[in-house]
Design a binder for this molecule. Structure first.
Ligand SMILES: [Fe+2]
Ligand SMILES: [Fe+2]
Length: 212
């Protein structure tokens, strides 16, 4: 039997974080998950900005739509309502964030309709990146920090499963090894459909977990 600490030499560089993603993600609270996603959104915008080739940019754009559908929907259905009723000036803080999210969704749809090779795609994407980054900064400073102060830790951990419900409802990028083609990939469809699908799943989660 292998005792604690007897890590085979070839795994010594691998952190526990990487070998046990499920256990780790299940212990995180909703704010930690949302902050991680903010970073993923920022990273995806910069990768998209630098990416060469229509196929790569299309893939990255789909990843962005998926991530924003998961993230913004969990916020809209679960986190913002909680903030609205809990934090100081919640009504105003949340209203501003909802308006920013709604306009970002519209721009995502415009970008989808344009396609990555449209001459205005890059400019529109840059302005979306600025708006979404500013939006995330506002949430971090005016909403998340306050929620962490005002809500008990176990409630914040419980709310993390809303983000996971959103995750599991969002279509993933097809794997070429599974024989899925680029045409199959298109089945994911326009952003509005992806947001709707995720919204249904998070609403179901909300119905099952509602208690104040
Ligand atoms: Fe948001
Ligand atoms: Fe956010």
């Amino acid at each position: 039997m292998v005792g604690v600490g007897a890590v085979p030499a070839r795994y010594e560089h691998v952190s526990w974080k990487r070998v046990s993603p499920v256990a780790e993600s299940e212990s995180k609270d909703v704010i930690e998950l949302l902050l991680e996603q903010h970073q993923q959104v920022r990273d995806l915008f910069s990768r998209l900005r630098e990416a060469q080739g229509a196929e790569t940019r299309t893939d990255l754009f789909r990843d962005l739509v998926r991530l924003l559908a998961v993230h913004e929907t969990a916020e809209e259905i679960v986190v913002h309502p909680m903030a609205r009723s809990t934090i100081e000036s919640g009504e105003q803080v949340v209203q501003e964030r909802l308006e920013e999210e709604s306009s970002a969704k519209q721009v995502l749809s415009q970008l989808y309709d344009m396609g990555v090779e449209h001459p205005e795609f890059a400019g529109t994407l840059n302005s979306l990146a600025e708006d979404v980054t500013e939006h995330a900064d506002s949430e971090e400073q005016r909403e998340f920090a306050q929620l962490r102060q005002d809500l008990p830790a176990d409630r914040l951990r419980e709310l993390a499963s809303a983000v996971r419900a959103a995750e599991s409802a969002a279509p993933t990028r097809p794997h070429p090894a599974a024989g899925e083609s680029a045409a199959g990939n298109m089945l994911a469809g326009p952003p509005v459909g992806i947001f709707d699908r995720v919204r249904d799943a998070v609403r179901d989660w909300n119905r099952e977990h509602q208690h104040a």
